[in-house]
Design a protein around this ligand. Structure first.
Ligand code: GDP
Length: 395
């Protein structure tokens, strides 16, 4: 069996274990390293070859497609990662890096439960960092922080340990100040802020593929002194081998981002104003794969063969081929022609996609980004607010 097929099978198996699913987005100010980091994670999870990661050329895993250099562009991708002896399914939704695509970023946030916010160590938090944090928190999506380009502090700016520490602490404080300002009305503010001590902050270099966090440093026995020495001496390969970025970040994802069972009860009241006493509401809170189908479309893509593909989050029930589903804001029903997941940027058809997952569906011809698609008529999800500072408009 080919490697790709094996990965698809493993993803299909894990789709039925919501406790082991993490739906995440990576968001950043433009040029802070989101693309380079995403490629690293895909390479680390075996989805693309290690050599191409960091060159922004994400490749398919099929042997015969290795030469083609398929670029992963605005794609969603599912990958697996073993954490503490258990395999996890990580569904990564790509978010556009430019402020003009603010609407798309907000829509992506509706589909996920965690957002990895990337900040350039040299530039620090920038206006778009604030925007993506606002988008995440408004949707009840938990942020973690990755401070990127730390190699530049060491090799280019020649900073000493104290200077570097001061700079990193100030980035973290700035981000937390932004978060606190946005969560005043929310419960449990400390659950939203990030900290080095609890492992919700990582540092490293997406370009040179190394990364660290407090838990990773404890596990590898490496400290900042070791890292500075290796980076200064140009021993980046060794740095990567000893503390690979993808492991550190994917471990952080599995440990700190909520799974759908934990996330949905908290998120549903924020994004849906229907009657919370109904079975439908219960199905969404419990991530019930046998409940009524509730699917929120967050993106419509074009496939040269399959035509329009609606992708988004299954909050309840299971999507299957042949289902007749209501599409909010339209009369009549649409028939599901195929359901699939995204693998290495390509759609892979599967039998069914249960609650808690990201699905790619064909046949929903009336659906638009923002549609609520369901097996019974229901109150649609709240419309997604496009936050593209300074103006706020409603979709
Ligand atoms: P995006 O706009 O956030 O997706 O950023 P990219 O991933 O495209 O990176 C922007 C630029 O920063 C590219 O030239 C990358 O090679 C560079 N870059 C990304 N990560 C790092 C890093 O960790 N260190 C250094 N020195 N450069 C980086």
């Amino acid at each position: 069996m080919g490697r790709r097929k094996k990965i698809v099978q493993e993803c299909e198996r894990l789709m039925d274990e919501p406790e082991h699913i993490r739906n995440i987005a990576i968001a950043a100010h433009v040029d802070h390293g989101k693309t380079t980091l995403s490629d690293n994670l895909l390479a680390g999870a075996g989805m693309i070859s290690d050599e191409t990661a960091g060159e922004q050329l994400a490749m398919d895993t099929e042997e015969d497609e290795q030469e083609r250099g398929i670029t992963i562009d605005a794609a969603n991708v599912s990958m697996t990662h073993e954490y503490e002896g258990t395999n996890h399914l990580i569904n990564l939704i790509d978010t556009p890096g430019h402020v003009d695509f603010g609407g798309d970023v907000t829509r992506a946030m509706r589909a996920v439960d965690g957002a990895l916010v990337v900040v350039d160590a040299v530039e620090g938090a920038m206006p778009q960092t604030e925007t993506v944090l606002r988008q995440a928190l408004r949707e009840g999506v938990k942020p973690t922080l990755f401070i990127n380009k730390v190699d530049r502090l060491i090799s280019e700016l020649q900073e000493g340990p104290e200077e570097m520490q001061r700079r990193l602490v100030s980035v973290i404080n700035d981000v937390n100040e932004l978060i606190r300002g946005m969560t005043e009305d929310m419960d449990d503010i400390e659950d939203w802020t990030v900290s080095v001590e609890d492992g919700t902050v990582g540092f490293g270099s997406a370009l040179y593929k190394w990364g660290v966090s407090m838990p990773s440093m404890q596990a590898t026995g490496m400290d900042f002194g070791d890292i500075m020495e290796l980076e200064r001496n140009d021993q980046r390969q060794e740095l990567h081998d000893r503390t690979p970025l993808s492991d550190v970040v994917l471990d952080m994802v599995c440990e700190h981002f909520p799974n759908p069972v934990k996330a949905q009860p908290r998120r549903i009241p924020r994004i849906w104003r229907g009657d919370d006493e109904t079975e439908l509401a219960e199905g969404m809170r419990l991530v019930d794969e046998t409940g009524e189908v509730v699917f929120m479309v967050t993106d419509i893509g074009m496939d040269p063969h399959a035509g329009e593909i609606a992708s988004g989050r299954v909050f309840s029930g299971s999507l299957e081929k042949g289902q007749e589903l209501y599409v909010s804001g339209t009369a009549g029903k649409n028939r599901v022609q195929s359901v699939g997941i995204y693998m290495g940027g390509e759609r892979e058809e599967v039998e069914r996609v249960p609650a808690g997952n990201i699905a790619a569906v064909t046949g929903l011809r009336d659906a638009i980004a923002g549609s609520t698609v369901s097996s019974v008529e229901m109150t649609p999800f709240e419309s997604i607010e496009h936050i593209s500072e300074p103006v706020i408009t409603k979709s």
